[in-house]
Structures are given as C-alpha cells and as structure tokens.
Design a protein around this ligand. Structure first.
Ligand code: FAD
Length: 480
C-alpha cells in the first residue's frame, strides 16, 4: 500500500468523482473502499433476470456546466445517435403527474384550463381564495415546511396535493420538517411561479427541469465507466470492503481498518474522503469523539426506502388500466389510505432497461419507510401482495398481469431534516476540525442532494487537497 494513499469511502457518485479527479490532478493514489458489491451507490443500476432497475429514477440534469461536461466524457450526447444508441445519453422530456382522486394532474401543477376543469370550478375557486389569503397573511417567519408550502400555494392546495405525499416520504407531518428542506428542494415552485411559467417556461430550476439525460442502461452504466477510468489511471477500487475503523492521532486520521471477505485489513492513509453516513463515520472514529458528538451523530435522522421492480405482461394487461398507455416517467400517488408513494415507469425511461421490451412493461413501486417498521419488515411475498392490492385499488394495473416482482430495500436513502437535525452544529464543527478528513456527497454531509451536487462537493474537496499538496517525485509520493 503506498504511504500516501488517499482513502475514499464509498463508490457512489461523490466517491468516484473524488477518485477520478485525484487520479487526474495529482500524483496521489486514490483507493476507494465500497461496502457493497456494486459501483454507483444510490445511483447504481440493479439487475434482475436481465431487467435493469434504477433505485429512484435518476434524472441526469444539472445547472453546472462542469458536471454536464464531466458526464459527457463518459457517455456523450449525440444528436444522431442511431449507430450505437447504447453508447449515448438519451435525451428525455420529463413527464410526471400526480394521481389524485382517480385523476392524473400534470406535475408541477399548472393552472391550465385542463387542470381547472379536472379539479372542477368550485374547488378551483376555493384554491384561489385560499392562496390569496396566504398572500395577504403569510406565515412569517416560516417555522417549518407546512408554513413554506402554505405561503406558496395556500392551505387548501397544500392539503390536497402536497401534505400527504410529503408526509409519506418523511414519515412525520410537514409541521415537523425544517423549512430548509423546501428551500433546498422546491424553492422555485409556487402558484405565482406556476402562472408565470405557463407564459414563460424556465429551464434553471432543478426540481422543475423539463429535459433530462439518461444513460440507456441506467445510471450505473455511467458510474461503471467512471470506475474503469479510475482503475485505468492507477486508482484502486475495492468492493465488499466496509470501512470499520479510523484511527485518530490528534486532529488527523492516520490509519483505517476495513471488514473484507478475507477478514479485517488495515492501512495507513494521509487523507480521507468520506461519503458514508455521518452517523456511521462517527461510530468508526477512534479515539472516540466526545459523548455529546456521538449522541448527535446517533440521532441524525434518515428515511429508508423500498422499491419493488414489477414486470407486467403486456398481453395480460387490462387495456383500460392506467399504466397500459401512460407515457409518464413517474407518477406521484396522492391517494389517501395508500402506502404507495410513487410509481416509476422504467420502460419510459429507456427501453434498454427491460430485457424483453416487446413483451413487458417494467415498473418501480416506491415505498418510504423506516428500518424496522412494519413495511421494512414485510417479506418479499407480502410486499408483492401489497403492490398488487394497491395497484388494483387505483386501477394502475390488474394483478393477473404481474409476471415477476423484485423488492429492493435501501437503507438511509434520504438524509432527513426532522427531529434532531437542528441540533447538530457541534457535530459538524467537530468533523470539520479533523484536518485530513473531507466530507463529501449526500449522506457524507447529511444533505438531501442530487448526484450533481454530491459530485460538486467532491470536486471542491479535491481542489482543497490539491492546494495543500506539495508535489514530490512520482506517483504515490506526493506529500500532504
Ligand atoms: C429515490 C431516489 C431518487 C433519486 N433521484 C435522483 C435524480 O433523479 N437525479 C439525481 O441526480 N439524483 C437523484 N437521487 C440522488 C442520488 O442518488 C444521490 O445524490 C447520489 O447517489 C449521492 O451520491 P453519494 O456518492 O454522495 O452517495 P451514495 O450514492 O449513497 O454512495 C455512498 C456509497 O458509500 C458506501 N458506503 C456506505 N458506508 C460505507 C462504509 N462503511 N464503507 C465503505 N463504503 C460505504 C455505500 O454502499 C454507497 O455505495 C435520488 C436518490 C434517491 C434515493
């Protein structure tokens, strides 16, 4: 092991971006350790009987030209991508809707005549008055997400279209979620913006972007190519290596220990980039951080997630069911009493995600949950039955068309801004005080970020590392 190894924890977008940039910009050796057997983190592509399942649906879009160019090095956009379509990004026009009271409404909600007539004029006028009331008497300061939504949509629209889904995602009422979440994720959405957008559409708001790119074989296709480029340039990636311990001497990490299929392995390292969840990172630090810091880390809130890949036989599908003709990429489910949060229509993201696209439709049923709760603990067979029951209840598809189901449980899918999140400044101050530790990525910084922001955090930390580097002779011997 070279003495100036830079250890990178996690082979998700942040870890791989850091490794690639370190290999490109310095003579240090990046070593990525990844707990799972796969590249890509949350942005991986899982494969089941030849069908590719995206944990999410991962839209590739970014306001950062750096990120867009970076992606294109690995999978370019090609205007006439007919010769080798699998080597080029698909360019998709986003289509997503909200299912409410058995009807599909455009997302984001827009005050078009079609929407208004679907809602019914009486209800629409009620929404308008409720919105005007919110404009005249805004809830300030915004104490929580409920205030944030009501100020932008009015109480009635919020309760009809946002409250249920958002509470499903986070597992608590919006009045217990920090308003920061809205500021980070839906800052550009409001009734006044929707009215303006129906006249002059915008392209700069990440949560609304209409166009996105998509690797034909799912997001993992891109991250596998990045992984190959890292190893080609001398970096190392070790799968099934779980970071278990980091030894601190003073304010520096000097050694790391991993659990591997061949037992524990240790190494010395000069710098560490971590994209692992902060709660686990703090648990791995020795000497132990002060008790108050450990308690803050333990109490960091997360939300977990189950996605069930559902393969439907087109021939057996009722012609009048919703997914038979839907062109959406995903549909939000805002139907009271259902646990289903969102439905991905993977066959509309890319036909190459489906092993036999002529014969099958390929869906992802998304359920938000907490590790250990009743949903998380359901067996695969129970999850399949739940999916069928709920699909039939809202006429998404008929259960007799289901050819196969593949549940995937995803722990810590969402860093949450609930509960103790507000009381963690001491924790972040403590971690940033460790001189050679860089926190990167989504769970690595406890930020509800998309891939592009996770990558940018890695880029910026590599820039900091490069600034502190004093080049010596040859690869792997740069002094830090
Ligand atoms: C449902 C869903 C939908 C999404 N949709 C989009 C979208 O449309 N567009 C978009 O850009 N982004 C989307 N995202 C966000 C995107 O997935 C993340 O921003 C991105 O994956 C974060 O990258 P990361 O490297 O920070 O973390 P991760 O992807 O979480 O990677 C971290 C890696 O660290 C590994 N690890 C953890 N602990 C250890 C340990 N002790 N030792 C070694 N390795 C460890 C994990 O196994 C994992 O591989 C979505 C996410 C979800 C959950």
């Amino acid at each position: 092991m070279p003495s100036s190894t830079v250890l990178i924890i996690g082979a998700g977008p942040a870890g791989l971006t850091a490794a690639y940039e370190i290999a490109k910009q310095t003579s240090l050796t990046p070593l990525v350790v990844e707990a799972s057997s796969q590249i890509g983190g949350l942005s991986r592509t899982e494969e089941r009987d030849g069908n590719r399942l995206d944990i999410g649906g991962h839209r590739f879009h970014s306001n950062s030209a750096w990120v867009r160019n970076w992606w294109q090095q690995f999978i370019p956009i090609h205007a006439a991508a007919t010769d080798q379509p699998l080597d080029h990004m698909l360019v998709q026009q986003r289509k997503s809707r909200i299912l409410y009271a058995g009807r599909l409404f455009d997302y984001p909600l827009s005050p078009t005549p079609a929407t208004l007539s679907q809602l019914g004029w009486t209800r629409a006028v009620g929404f308008l008055f409720s919105y005007l009331h919110a404009c005249c008497r805004p809830r300030l300061p915004e104490r929580h997400l409920e205030d944030f939504f009501i100020n932008r949509f009015g109480e009635r629209l919020y309760r009809t279209f946002f409250a249920d889904y958002t509470e499903k995602v986070w597992g608590v009422p919006c009045s217990q979620i920090a308003a920061d979440w809205g500021a980070e994720r839906v800052k550009g959405i409001s009734i006044s913006r929707a009215l303006l957008d129906s006249i002059i559409p915008r392209s700069d708001e990440p949560s609304l972007t209409r166009e996105f790119w998509y690797p034909p074989r799912g997001p993992g296709q891109l991250w596998s190519r990045v992984a190959d480029a890292i190893t080609d340039s001398g970096g190392q990636i070790r799968l099934n290596h779980r970071l278990a311990r980091l030894t601190l001497r003073g304010q520096r990490i000097v050694a790391a220990e991993m659990e591997t299929p061949r037992g524990r392995q240790s190494l010395t390292c000069t710098a560490v980039f971590s994209s692992m969840p902060i709660s686990h990172l703090v648990g791995a630090l020795e000497a132990h951080p002060p008790e108050s810091i450990r308690q803050q880390a333990k109490a960091l809130p997360y939300r977990d997630f189950i996605t069930i890949g559902l393969l439907l036989d087109k021939k057996l599908l009722d012609a009048n069911c919703l997914v038979a003709t839907a062109e959406d990429h995903w549909i939000y489910i805002q139907e009271p009493g259902l646990r289903l949060g969102r439905v991905q229509l993977f066959h509309n993201w890319s036909p190459h995600l489906v092993a036999d696209a002529d014969r099958h439709l390929w869906l992802g049923f998304e359920y938000f949950c907490a590790q250990g709760d009743d949903l998380w603990e359901q067996s695969d067979a129970e999850l399949r039955r739940l999916a069928i029951r709920e699909a039939e209840q809202i006429n998404l598809f008929n259960g007799s068309a289901l050819a196969a189901s593949y549940p995937i449980r995803v722990p810590k899918a969402y860093p949450a801004y609930t509960g103790n999140y507000r009381h963690t400044q001491g924790l972040f101050d403590y971690l940033t005080g460790i001189e050679n530790l860089s926190l990167i990525g989504r769970n690595g910084r406890h930020k509800y970020d998309n891939q592009d922001v996770a990558m940018l955090s890695a880029r910026d930390e590599v820039a900091r590392l490069v600034q502190h580097c004093r080049p010596a002779s040859g690869k792997g011997s740069t002094q830090l």
